[in-house]
Design a protein around this ligand. Structure first.
Ligand code: ATP
Ligand code: MG
Length: 425
């Protein structure tokens, strides 16, 4: 049996990459508009980073990490998410050194989690995320959410909703924590093993449980809003007001908590509402993480960010039947009539490329008919036919593949004639 890709990893084949490139180009365009700069952090990090930066009680750290010892017995982990690495780099390179400066970055790349495979859930997957570090104005929260919403809009997705909640600051959260423990404790035996473990460790996560999600006591659980101190309440109101300024629609979801330990204040998700999309409806999750940078031994730095899963974005585009523009074409396919004309066809190909004309040709000395078949397969706009007889007269034939017309042109003018037809500058 030939070797197959590792479980949970998959190939993106040449006939699919255009989808990725399309989404990536829109992402880069939007980040540029919002003045977020790309950051590229390593794919592997010291394991401690994630233990401290993501949190031991999370699913990610407790059961999903690809951790191994390298040849010097260092514990290394393939990054399961992007925020910890960004914050590490922020501290390591002192990106905070300027006062009153908001560091705005985005990343795009592979993440690794050892998870149960499902539609929209792989072990190697791709995230696009942004982080804004160094500011605590509620308008930043709204800006970050607006960036996520604009990506959705630009992609043309319609069946999407934004859910938002607040986890408050530390003080509010401690009070809420207690209330949740008291609420769930009497019947925790009827909950799944994960919830039983989470109750003391991180009771907010019980609200996030996919197994016990529909239990009546979930809906009756205490709500964070009732435990917010004035600062937290005020902060959240301002975030919502700023979203209103931008006309961004959202739903308040009191049970929305995020999987990572470090979130506080604003948390949000972008979800697909398309029927038949599958179980994994969350396209994007994000929130504020004031305190994370400090946890990584940097200065006290507020921060907020989000991450989209690109695989799920592609699935939702497909579910909403939104066509992704495919660039699968060549400007010119060169047809060589015989072995004698191969050399000149080969040289012509290079010349066209030097002139930014996208082209291809045959490599197998195939019959003319087969070469025209290839031209169709590549969606060639024109073919140039190089024949012995024409060569003697210093001419070539340009065939318009749409109009199905052809013209004989001087060899010396071939580039010019093609450019004219292709409107290349
Ligand atoms: P979920 O509840 O689906 O496990 P999560 O809370 O673990 O999501 P985050 O860590 O917030 O997800 O990651 C943000 C986004 O990254 C998710 O909304 C999803 O689109 C994507 N994502 C997360 N894990 C995977 C995965 N294993 N495969 C594909 N996409 C993923
Ligand atoms: Mg997860």
């Amino acid at each position: 049996m030939p070797i197959q890709s590792a479980k949970g990893a998959y190939d993106i084949l040449p006939n699919e990459t255009y989808k990725w490139q399309y989404i990536e180009s829109i992402i880069r365009e939007i980040c540029e508009l919002y003045n977020y700069k790309e950051i590229r952090t390593p794919i592997f990090e010291n394991t401690d980073l994630f233990v401290r930066g993501v949190g031991e009680s999370t699913d990610i750290v407790s059961k999903e990490m690809y951790t191994f010892l390298d040849k010097s017995e260092r514990s290394i982990t393939l990054r399961p998410e992007g925020t910890a690495g960004v914050c590490r780099a922020y501290v390591e390179h002192k990106l905070y050194s300027e006062l009153n400066y908001l560091t705005k970055v985005y990343y795009l790349g592979s993440m690794f989690r050892y998870e149960k495979m499902q539609k929209g859930r792989q072990r190697q997957f791709t995230q696009f995320g942004v982080e804004a570090l160094g500011g605590e104005d509620p308008s930043i929260d709204a800006e970050v959410i607006s960036l996520a919403v604009n990506l959705i809009k630009k992609l043309g997705l319609k069946e999407v909703k934004v859910a938002i909640n607040t986890l408050g600051d530390k003080e509010s959260r401690l009070k809420y924590r207690e209330a949740l423990i008291n609420h769930f404790k009497p019947e925790i035996d009827t909950f799944c093993g994960d919830c039983q473990r989470r109750l003391e460790l991180n009771p907010l996560r019980v609200l996030d449980c996919k197994v016990d999600h529909d239990k009546p006591s979930m809906a009756k659980a205490p709500k964070m809003v009732d435990y917010l101190n004035d600062y937290s309440k005020n902060f959240f109101e301002k975030v919502l007001k700023h979203l209103d300024y931008l006309g961004i629609e959202y739903v308040l979801d009191h049970n929305l908590v995020r999987g990572l330990d470090y979130y506080n204040h604003t948390v949000f998700e972008v979800m697909s509402k398309v029927e038949g999309f599958g179980a994994q409806t969350t396209l994007c999750g994000g929130g504020r993480y004031n305190g994370l940078v400090e946890e990584l031994e940097g200065p006290n730095t507020p921060g907020i960010g989000f991450a989209f899963g690109l695989e799920r974005l592609i699935l939702s585009l497909e579910a909403e039947n939104i066509a992704i523009p495919d660039q699968n074409f060549v400007d010119v396919y060169i047809v060589s009539m015989s072995e004698k004309t191969n050399e000149i066809a080969f040289k012509l190909q290079e010349e066209l490329r030097q002139n930014y004309i996208k082209c291809d040709k045959d490599y197998f000395n195939r019959k003319v008919k087969a070469q025209f078949k290839s031209a169709d397969r590549y969606n060639a706009r024109f073919t140039v036919v190089v024949g012995e007889e024409e060569l003697e007269n210093q001419k070539m034939i340009i065939k318009d593949m749409i109009a199905q017309t052809q013209e004989v042109v001087e060899i010396n003018n071939i580039v010019l004639e093609l450019k004219k037809r292709l409107e290349v500058k």
